[in-house]
Design a protein around this ligand. Structure first.
Ligand SMILES: Nc1ncnc2c1ncn2[C@@H]1O[C@H](COP(=O)(O)OP(=O)(O)OP(=O)(O)O)[C@@H](O)[C@H]1O
Ligand SMILES: [Mg+2]
Length: 348
């Protein structure tokens, strides 16, 4: 080990469709911001990244575009993704004196192709990391949630993010059977916009749909009276109009998508080898990702799949916290880091 190694820190990166999180060795989570960039579309120049770009969303002048460079967990805009990472790495570097990062652990969905995995590696190196290890998200989630991954146990994890829901079964040190769906947070927002359009003949934007979901949405019936006034554009007159949306509306709007997630979960359980299923069923299902914060989603999954279901602690950060646990003790997790082969995908 060279003298300078002490100055180079390792980092963990969870580059999500909705949110990007960074974990800095010895520090903890140092970045948790939306994966967003606003560009001046005349000059192509980046005006703001993350939280700052989100603020611009509401009052965007015509010459500014806000873009999300990931689609369904996959990098769709390499240049912009690189700029985002570079920006965040630079931001945390300013808080300290080290000049570059040694190893980056990057969480990836299990269904990436070789080319997509390579693209994640390249973007991370281009943004300033010395070397890169890819860690599958369900494994990072399990470690972040302190589930027993090294022992001979089997865990089922459903990570509901912004762009994708990953349903995975992991056992002993990281073998993964998983299924990735494009039904997640953004799809629920779309469902809500569509419902409001059909029911109230009113057009609302995605930020409003997301607010409705978070503030008054639920997967099952709730005791409390949840409703929210929203403003949109009347489809007939083109003028602004306000309506009061109720919890029952949101539930109806998102029901079909939630049902699709549990149906896929059941199918994955049915296709899992019996010797793994027994252990998994006693341990239960763990929900992670921002989508798992939807009111009553655990109860809904538990009722539909008939398996005990728990939301992990702080589900928005479990992936990056898992990367943190690994990078604070890289030798211990050697097996997971060298397990770079492509995991098995089930085509159902
Ligand atoms: N309280 C809440 N109720 C329902 N959904 C929520 C809540 N809080 C956040 N979300 C949703 O969680 C999603 C973001 O979750 P997360 O940060 O885990 O996604 P991501 O990792 O960026 O995406 P992906 O894993 O698909 O690439 C958003 O769609 C957001 O609307
Ligand atoms: Mg995610």
């Amino acid at each position: 080990m060279g003298l300078l190694d002490n100055f180079y820190k390792n980092i963990g990166i969870d580059l999500g469709t909705a949110n990007t999180l960074l974990y800095l060795e010895g520090r903890g989570i140092v970045v948790q911001e939306p994966t967003l960039v606003s560009l001046n579309n005349r000059t192509g120049q980046i005006l703001a990244v993350g939280e700052e770009a989100k603020k611009m969303l509401d009052r965007t002048p015509a010459h500014i575009t806000t873009i999300k460079p990931l689609m369904n967990g996959v990098i769709s805009d390499f240049e912009t993704t690189q700029e985002i990472l570079r920006y965040f790495l630079h931001k945390i570097k300013n808080q300290s004196f080290w000049s570059r990062y040694k190893t980056a652990l990057v969480a990836i969905p299990t269904n990436l192709t070789e080319v997509e995995r390579k693209s994640v590696e390249d973007v991370t190196i281009a943004a300033g990391a010395g070397r890169v290890f890819l860690v599958e998200e369900p494994i990072a989630t399990a470690i972040g949630a302190r589930l027993p991954v090294e022992e001979a146990t089997t865990n089922m994890i459903i990570n509901i993010g912004g762009g994708t829901t990953e349903i995975s079964i992991i056992s002993v040190g990281g073998a993964v059977i998983s299924k990735s769906l494009k039904i997640a947070g953004q799809k629920l927002n779309d469902d809500i916009s569509k419902f409001v359009k059909e029911e109230f003949k009113l057009l609302i934007g995605e930020p409003t749909a997301e607010e409705l979901k978070i503030n008054i949405g639920s997967a099952i019936g709730v005791e409390e009276k949840l409703e929210m006034p929203v403003r949109g554009r009347d489809m007939a007159t083109g003028l602004p109009r306000e309506v009061v949306v109720k919890n029952t509306h949101i539930r109806a709007a998102i029901h079909r998508s939630l049902k699709a997630i549990v149906e896929e979960t059941k199918t994955l359980i049915e296709s899992t080898p019996p010797e793994l299923v027994g252990d998994m069923l006693t341990r239960g299902i763990y929900l992670a990702g921002g989508g798992s914060l939807l009111r009553g989603l655990d109860k809904f999954v538990e009722k539909e799949v008939t398996v005990k279901t728990t939301v992990v602690d702080d589900p928005l950060t479990s992936v990056v916290r898992g990367l943190g646990v690994i990078l604070e003790d890289m030798n211990k997790y050697d097996a997971i880091l060298s397990n770079q082969q492509k995991p098995k995908q089930v085509n159902l």
